[in-house]
Structures are given as C-alpha cells and as structure tokens.
Design a protein around this ligand. Sequence first.
Ligand SMILES: C[S@@+](CC[C@H](N)C(=O)[O-])C[C@H]1O[C@@H](n2cnc3c(N)ncnc32)[C@H](O)[C@@H]1O
Length: 269
Amino acid sequence: MNLELSPKEFALFKNLIYQEFGIALSERKKTLVQTRLRKWVQSLGLPNYEALYKHVEQNPHELVLLADAITTNVTSFFREESQWLFLEKHIPKTYSKTKRLRIWSSACSSGQEPYTIAMFLQEILPDAHTWDIKILATDLSYDILKKAQQGHYRAKDLEGMPKKLMNKYFSKTPDGLYAISKQLKEMIVFRSFNLVTGNYKLFSRPFDCIFCRNVMIYFDKPTQEKVIDNLVNLISPKGLLLIGHSESITRHDARISSVSPSIYEKRGA
Ligand SMILES: C[S@@+](CC[C@H](N)C(=O)[O-])C[C@H]1O[C@@H](n2cnc3c(N)ncnc32)[C@H](O)[C@@H]1O
C-alpha cells in the first residue's frame, strides 16, 4: 500500500508533536515521519494518516506511542569521553565529605547513560558501597524505558568497553545477550518524564548532576530555554549540568558557568 503523507496530514502531526513533546519537526523530517507512522496506520487497518490523527486524539493515552514513533534513541556506553574525565576529578573532590550523590539522567534512552553513571561511580570511588548514591533515569518513551529497565544488550552495544568492566558488570544470557548486573540496577530508578510538558515540581530535592544530553537537539530555541531553566532550578550549588557536544546553551544564565566543554556548574554556596 502506498501511503503518502499529505502536507495537511504532516501539518497536523507536526503541530501535535510540537505541542505534546516540544519537538520541532522541519519539512525535511516529512519522509521520516511518514515511514515511522506508516506501520502504525497499517497495523490499525486505517485508510490514511488523518484517520490515525483522529485515533490519537480520541485515545490520548496513545500519545506515548507517537513519541516512540518519532524519537531517535541512539546512545552508547561512556558516550562523550571528556565528560567522564572531568567527573572523575570533580566527584571525589566535591562529594567525598558528604558521600551523598543524587544524579538524574533525564533522557536515558535504552539505559546506557544511567548504567554508565553507575558503573563509573563504582569504578572511581573505591568505597562506593559506603556512599549514599541514587540515580534517577527518565525518558519520554515507554518502549525505550522498558528496554532500559531490562538492561540486556547485544555484543555490538558493548563494543569498545574494557574487558574488565564487561566481566565485572555483565553476565551472558541464554540468548547470547549481555545482562547488566543487579548491583548496578539497584542504584537506578527508572520513570517516565517528559522534559517539555512534565511537572518539575514533582522533584522535591535538587540533583548534584543532571545529564540532559542529545535530546535538546529535538527542541526549538524557546523550548530549549524553558527546559534548561527548569533543570538549572533543580541543580544543587556546585552541581553540574551536562549536555551533548553538539548542543549549546544560547541564553546567558547567571546561575551557571561553563567549566568544561558541554559542562555547566551551578554557582553558589
Ligand atoms: C538520542 S537519545 C539520547 C540518549 C542519551 N541521553 C545519550 O546522550 O546517549 C534521545 C532520547 O531523548 C528522548 N526524548 C525526546 N524528547 C523527549 C522529551 N520531551 N522528554 C524526555 N525525553 C525525550 C528520546 O525518547 C530518546 O530516548
């Protein structure tokens, strides 16, 4: 079946996606949206994309499926190496006295980011078992959160990971995948949260480190600024905001200063 997404249908989805997720789709994304939505239209036995739009309108709980259909979840373990080198010094220096850390991986995708955080902390803090560490991992997409929670990865996903870490933190499953250790899983809580429409008041305590990497690329400038503002509100003094290398914070915010490429520190106490 040749299902062409008409300009009117594209405009309908474009507006809905912007409204619900703050994701600004350019005209260039039309083919991608069409490819992603076509399977959904067909699986529901609908005649066209307009019918799918009506279906989503009448079943708002299915909006999350729309998010799954249009977002990209590319991620990897130990992504953005220079940030880990920075954290290796910053964390022991800043938190060794209190031994308390609250970290948020705010667009965690299939889990490689929060599991890297957990693994990394176990490696750099010889007495990690005596620290009070909690990692919150959130994403918009339910599908991807399920994968993250399961924590099973293909050999390909672990490419480049030192053997020592593989042996220590992964075990082989009967179907040839690599399962994350219980020890790392226990350090993380997974939840769904939409960075654009979510209620930031739900977070009663600030974080020492917020990872918001490779997700702002989806947002237009006003949305990026709103998200950054909400995140900075939630960072403790001397705490960090980490963004992706291809992202930037364009609006000056006197509460944070750049301390390394793609790393911002909150001023204060
Ligand atoms: C490219 S992945 C980045 C994963 C990881 N942070 C990294 O840097 O490797 C982007 C993730 O952002 C999520 N995402 C997109 N829009 C979002 C939103 N409004 N709120 C929360 N997560 C969102 C997607 O579901 C996807 O898993």
